[in-house]
Each structure stands twice: as structure tokens, then as C-alpha cells.
Design a protein around this ligand. Sequence first.
Ligand SMILES: *Cc1c(COP(=O)(O)O)cnc(C)c1O
Length: 365
Amino acid sequence: MSRPTMKPYVAAIHAYVPGKSAGADGKPLVKLSANENPLGTSPAALSALASIGKPAGYPDPDSKELRAAIGELHGIDPARIVCGTGSDELLNLAVQAFAGPGDEVLFSRNSFAVYPIATRRCGATPVEVDDRDFRADVDAMLAAVTPNTRVVFVANPNNPTGTYLPREDVAKLHAGLPEDVLFVLDQAYAEYVAPEDEDGGFALAAAHENVLVTRTFSKIYGLAAERVGWATGAPHLIDALNRIRGPFNVTASAQRAAVAALGDQDFVEASRVHNAEVRERFTRRMQMLGNRGVAVVPSEANFVLVQFGGEVTAKAAQDAIAGAGYAVRHLPELDSCLRITVGTRAQMDEIADLLAGLAGGSNEL
Ligand SMILES: *Cc1c(COP(=O)(O)O)cnc(C)c1O
């Protein structure tokens, strides 16, 4: 018997494991496992989605209106923007366009699970660099660059740890890379960072030929279901991605909804402020369990990584949280940790109460 054989580099891929939305018994859980916006979606984007449009027609292949709206909000020439089926598509295309068999793609340990998949699917070699205190280690990353390095990924803030590289570190990493290495700065959570702390990615992408910054509508904009993201960089980078993307890669409804969502910056700001307040409150309540073996990694994103070193294991905590009706994320490579998406204040208080009870500590504010 004969059958098609997977390429060995495809066979080496561990498929992406999405966040859970149901318990072991199939009972639906409140999803605090996929970093979705607990405030939902801007009403303006919802009404754009409710309009039926012309489903028989293909969408605008160039997402012109959307690129113009992005360009206007961020002060970027739309010619330096490409939209994708989620930023995931663009992360994959960035590797495909610039790396192949024999080439190396660099990223930090405990970073976004898509990077090794995007690397392997092109036959390139993933090089995982040790992180330090759950953060990308800029010096270690620069030391890991070889003549075969073609692409370097950094998620900032980082998923799943929530840690953040300040502007100086991002600039130092970029400055240390050879000019022919593509630096992909994945800013999926950038809108959650206080504006004065922005990491300078857009300025780097505007000034250099080897920087691609990616953004998404899946997180603060509350449009994960529509699958839309974008990237900005030098025209030759945008040209490369345009050659290999799907010709109609962003649906008509996604384009409409994203334009409307960009127009409602009040919703974005309300989401950022809500997230910062609830995240700080939850973080403080976890810190209060420090004497019970619970540790929390300071986060700039819309989720918090909690580490369990005492009598309660992460797995036991996850089961207890599921018993209360919530799905949170347990990642095999961070076995002692749970990544918990920042939900509403009431949801996070319920989880903080529950963890205090489990750990046998007190964390009343
Ligand atoms: C969620 C996330 C994305 C966004 O993916 P989409 O395909 O745009 O939904 C990108 N990078 C990181 C690090 C993420 O956590």
C-alpha cells in the first residue's frame, strides 16, 4: 500500500493547541484561556457585522479602506501596510518569504506557540533561546545569531508570560542584528500597554529595511472570530508578503468590522483601562499569596501568568478553577504555571478568592 507522505518537517510540527472552552465533562466554561476581550466588541463593529453586504461578491483583495483607516490612526503610509487572515497568517508568511531549509529562525523560550510552527512548515530550523525571568534575553538572542539566521521573532508584550521589553531593549536587539536578518516584532497586545511605554516598533519599522511589526484585531478590538490582523514595514517586505498571501485573505465582513472598530477608540481606551485596573488588582491579590508558594509574573498584557510552588499544583488549581466554571490555560512547557486571561473584576475576584482558599492564605484587599 502506498499513500502520500508528509514532508518530514511537517511531521515534526506539534499542532497548535487552542485554549479550552469546556470542562472534561463537556460542560461549557467561561473562557479565560484565549486572551479574548471580556468587554466583547465595540457596538460600532457589531453593527458593521450585522449589515449583510454583498456575500456573493469577493472582498476587496487589497483591503484598501481598512489599510487607509489603519494608516490614518497610526500615521503610517497605507503602502507600508498589509492585512492578513489574523496576524497568524502574516507571521507564517514572514518566515515563508525569507527562510527555508537550512535557515534558522530565532525566538525566545516561553514565547508564542505559532513561531515554531511557522518555522517548521517552511523547512527552516527553529532556534529557541533561553529566556530570563520569563522575559526574552536580548544578549542571549544576539549571541545565538549565526550566518544562517534569517528571521528573529519577538512578541512584545510576550505571550504566554505577559512580560515586556522596554524600548531600549527592543532597539538594542534590532541594532545588534545583521541588516539582512528580518526582525518581526509581534505587537498583538500593544494596545494594552500604557501609551507612554510603547516599545518604538513603528518607528523602527519606518526607519529600517528589516523590521516588520504585526498587530491584530483579535485582542483589544474584540474581533477574534473575524480573523484579521496587519503588518507594517518597508515596501520590499510588504511586497514579499503580498506575493504569497491569499488573494482574498481578509473577508468582507472582517474588513467592514475592523474599519468600524478602528473608528471607536473610546471602546479601545475603555478596554485598556478596564484591563489595567483588573490586572493590577488580581496581581496584588496573587502577590499576597506569596508566602503560600504562589508567585505572579508582572504583566503588561491582558493575561497573567501565575506560578504554583507550594502544596497546590497548577493542575490542581486549574481543576478547581474549572469546577467554578472557568477555563484557564495550562501549558506543558510551563508546567507549574497557569495563564489566566483578565476577565471582569467579578470573575477575577472569584478566582482570587478560590486560589486563596486552595493555598490556605489570605488575600483580601
Ligand atoms: C493572539 C496572538 C496573536 C494574534 O493572532 P491572530 O491570528 O491575529 O488572531 C499574535 N501573536 C501573539 C503573540 C498572540 O498572542
